[in-house]
Write a protein that binds this ligand. Sequence first.
Ligand SMILES: [Zn+2]
Length: 310
Amino acid sequence: MRLAALLLFAATATSMPAQSTVRTADPAARGVPLTAFPRFVKLSDKVYGYEEIRQPGFTTVSLVVIGRNGVLVADGQGSVQATQTMLDKIQTLTPLPVKWYVVGSDHGDHTAGNSVLPKDIRFVVHANSLAQLRKDSAAAVAANRPAVIVPTAAMTSDTETLDLGGITVRVRFLGRAHTGGDLMVEVPSEKLLFMSEAYLNRVFPAMRSAYGAEWVRTIDSALALKNVDLFIPGHGFIEDAKVSREELVAFRESLLAVIAEVKRLKAAGLTVDQAIAQVNWGPYTKWFLAEQQSPIAIRRLWTELDGASK
Ligand SMILES: [Zn+2]
């Protein structure tokens, strides 16, 4: 039984990409067919990344950590069906139950399938995300939309250590970034950090609910962690350790560039609509979702800059 599962896994898993791999969030440009997904990326015997495709055709990443006492999942997928598929695939790795779930991002593309999680699962969620999920749940009830699963309690400090049996994870809040309740999962024994949506690999900064200037500082805190070699994004590809750090630095630079461009347009006396029409993102125009996310980022940062100037 155990051997069969391992063999099945060997046939479907991928190892981390070579450094010559094209740096893009676009599977086609990277030479990976959409039929390759969903897939596990094996990070160690006990830790796997899970890459699944969401519209319009890039990956949403979950993290799976297997201890003797059960499995921890950080972030789900964007629908009941996609999260159920992930749970089914986790069973090809281990017969142990999923016991912990970390809300890295409270956005629907990571939480909308959470109704299929085990009923007795232990959630780890930041107070800011818990408040957001409560709002989303009330809105879903009012609009007769599918239920939003709301954890019962938020974490009470910025760090929480969980012993999964033979492996320990550290859930970290390093500051507000993409949602305001951004949690990351460090696995010290494997020297890795799952950053959820605080790290978008070659995806244009998505800022609908973001805190631009704070996001940069949050990434600085992640980069400064002494014991971390591998940084795992919430969207885009999982890289090897060296490339993962380079791309996290590149993503930080994209945030700074986006903030600087919005500041420039604002200082020029434009209205927000004129800014949306005249913006020049330079090289970031080619990043995934740039066209869709451009006006969203401008409007959000416009508000942020107004707040900062008061
Ligand atoms: Zn998001």
